[in-house]
Design a protein. Structure first.
Ligand code: GAL
Length: 681
């Protein structure tokens, strides 16, 4: 029995979900029985059906054709495959935009995007919204009782091509959203600081989206437009979800996320999903692909507040959309799939089931490739992985315990990367990765959290350049530390309020007392520019991207700058505040120095790695009521041996680990059932 809630789709599918996007509408019906037979061979138990099928489901306005969908739904059910049924609203059919060209989205510079690709709709368009309502109502009514229906897949990758629309319809919707937010024009003028550059509004009608302007548009306006655009698309999703909840209560609803995707505030979105799902397309040429996928997995688990999530899309082999679409090495697809499971996924899915013959994605790999299956390494791995996942029912519903939280707030991310800053080299994801990297390498499991969340369950909280904070979030962080928590905060945090106005009173104003210091001035560094830093133990490090003039009040200095005008001034500090501690890092430390400094912080906080393993091996533990599942993943190209606690049972083939020694080949994965949670190193 697992801690925390059992299989994602309940007893109807008490297994790790396995399958992919299935587009039978692209193939003659003669192919379908073969599809279902092969799904059986591969262990597929779930498919995301008909994601781009709108023009086949509703060939002309208001005339639905569900016969073909009935046939394939029945066939799948008979073949033992459940359906994550798409609402098919991600690509409007030609007849809709032909009749209503005003529903097409418009860019900031007035360029209209035309049909011929996908996602060509303005999120605020009543035409688009009404048409989606009709389609979803018809689908939900027809398939409410269908035995193959296991979950709903709303839209697809919202905002991936069109994150915002700047047309007149959107402008009117934006004004409506602003009225709700500010109540009065005076409130808006104040929040947007419109006395700057003569921008004071005298009627609502004067207000526009931040269209292309001679120079920077008002930053508070831009920030509100990002909030609005995320909310507006969320409302498109909500329109569909409300219909589905009403017609098919109890059937879970999801829409697929895209890792750290800037345009959508996924904290808000995830609250509206029954199951969080994610699309992860690591580049095999990226040496840090494994770390990046782990980080995405941790985010998805955190977005779902610890609940298992679904890896909704990944590619079995090559994609088609990079300049060079590298193939996955043997075992890489399996490694990255099981890595998702290790990080909390209870489903492993692909884009897509059968490789397209026509269209823009025919060079994108699929579970069933173009060529003969007998000679296809991709197909062989697909079948093997399906077999392996069938033996992993034990993971379903199990949770992951993290003692560290990394703060990520979408609004702060948006504000940080607005133009006209001291430096545009401070990028949110780079700063997150800088802190995530040492945790990943040492196998210290981390969650992501919002600055305003209840952080009391974490021993260590890391705040990488949290530029914008609300009063409540700032107070929350201070009380976390005061109550005994340990915080590591990096430069350019706490600078503005939610209107993107500077918090006056000395930087970083809301944290001055907690950090025991003031930042007097920022000295950003250019590309290639380095500041040297010396720690108390005499070791030196490089600071890049950013430096600053810090004046300590109560903080202890852990490291100082040793060159430039900052020579002798603090670079890294530690302040005791209440019962806790707040470390501050005033530059972008090089990776090894940051690793040492962060390790000192997690050790001080009593945080322990999952297990001590050779470099290149990732270790994550999923907790069961009767012990745990320890995932050991070798990201390197060389075989390694890992010493674990004895008494483990290896769940997925390979050597038994009764003596505690586990051999892992290149890109190999071992999953060990340990009846006692071994005490960490
Ligand atoms: C995703 C999308 C899929 C497919 C895939 C190709 O972004 O959801 O429909 O286009 O990329 O990698």
């Amino acid at each position: 029995m697992n801690e925390g809630g059992g299989p994602l789709l309940g007893q109807r599918l008490p297994h790790v979900l396995y399958g992919g996007d299935y587009n039978p509408d692209q193939w003659p019906e003669e192919v379908w029985p073969e599809d279902v037979r092969l799904m059986g061979e591969a262990g597929v138990n779930l498919v995301s059906l008909g994601i781009f099928a709108w023009s086949r489901l509703e060939p002309t306005a208001g005339k639905f054709d569900f016969d073909w969908l009935d046939r394939i739904m029945n066939m799948l059910h008979e073949g033992g495959v459940s359906v994550d049924l798409a609402t098919a609203t991600a690509s409007p059919p030609p007849w809709l935009s032909h009749a209503h060209p005003e529903m097409l989205p418009v860019l900031a510079d007035g360029v209209r995007l035309w049909p011929g690709g996908r996602q060509h709709y303005c999120p605020s368009s009543p035409v688009y919204r009404d048409a989606t309502k009709r389609l979803v109502e018809a689908l939900a009514t027809r398939y409410a009782k269908h035995p193959a229906l296991a979950m709903w897949h709303v839209g697809n990758e919202y905002a991936c091509h069109v994150p915002a629309c700047f047309c007149d319809v959107s402008a009117a919707a934006f004004r409506g959203w602003l009225k709700q937010r500010y109540g009065s024009l005076e409130g808006l003028n104040k929040a947007w600081g419109t006395d700057f550059w003569s921008q004071r509004y005298s009627t609502w009608e004067e207000i526009l989206p931040p269209r292309r302007t001679p120079t920077w548009p008002n930053p508070s306006q831009q920030l509100d437009f990002m909030r609005f655009s995320s909310d507006e698309l969320l409302e498109c999703y909500e329109i569909e979800r409300r219909i589905l909840n009403e017609r098919t209560p109890g059937v879970p609803v999801t829409t697929n996320f895209m890792r750290f995707f800037k345009p959508l505030d996924y904290w808000k979105w995830a609250e509206r999903e029954d199951i969080v799902s994610d699309d992860v397309y690591q580049d095999p040429l990226d040496p840090e692909a494994g770390m990046r996928a782990a980080m995405a997995g941790d985010l998805m688990r955190s977005l779902g507040r610890g609940r298992p999530w679904i890896l909704m899309e990944q590619t079995p082999n090559r994609v088609n959309w990079r300049d060079v679409n590298a193939a996955k090495a043997p075992g890489q697809m399996r490694l990255w799939s099981l890595q998702a499971v290790a990080r909390g996924a209870d489903g492993v899915m692909f884009f897509q089931w059968r490789q397209s013959r026509a269209g823009a994605e025919k060079h994108h790999s699929a579970m069933v490739p173009h060529g003969p299956l007998q000679t296809s390494p991709t197909w062989r791995e697909v079948v093997q992985l399906g077999g392996e996942l069938r033996g992993l029912d034990a993971v379903c519903g199990s949770r992951i315990k993290a003692d560290v939280a990394i703060l990520l707030d979408w609004e702060s991310w948006w504000a940080l990367e607005l133009p006209s800053k001291p430096s545009n080299r401070v990028q949110q994801i780079e700063q997150l990765e800088a802190f995530y990297r040492p945790l990943f390498q040492a196998n210290v499991t981390a969650d992501f959290a919002r600055p305003g969340d209840d952080l009391s369950g974490y021993k260590l909280v890391v705040a990488p350049s949290v530029y914008l904070v609300s009063d409540e979030a700032a107070a929350n962080l201070a009380s976390y530390v005061e109550a005994g928590g340990n915080l590591v905060m990096s430069f350019f945090s706490g600078i503005v309020d939610p209107a993107e106005h500077i918090r006056l009173g000395g930087y970083p104003q809301p944290f001055v007392k907690m950090l025991g210091l003031q930042v007097i001035d920022w000295l950003p560094l250019g590309p290639g520019e380095v500041r040297l830093v010396r720690f108390g133990d005499g070791s030196t490090a490089r600071g890049e991207v950013w430096s600053e003039l810090i004046e300590v009040e109560s903080a202890e200095v852990l490291a100082t700058f040793i060159d430039s005008t900052l020579s002798g001034r603090p670079a890294v500090t530690l302040n005791r505040f209440g019962a806790g501690s707040a470390q501050y890092v005033g530059t972008h430390l090089d990776a090894s120095a940051l690793a040492v400094s962060l390790k000192a912080a997690w050790t001080r906080a009593g945080v322990k790695p999952v297990i001590d393993v050779p470099a290149g091996v990732e270790a994550v533990r999923r907790t069961l009521v009767d012990g745990s599942l320890l995932f050991l993943m070798n990201h390197s190209d060389a075989a390694v041996e890992v010493i674990t606690a004895g008494g483990s049972v290896r769940l997925n083939g390979g050597d038994a680990a009764t003596d505690g020694r586990v051999r892992l080949g290149p890109r190999d994965v071992a999953i060990l059932h340990q009846s006692e949670v071994a005490s960490p190193v």
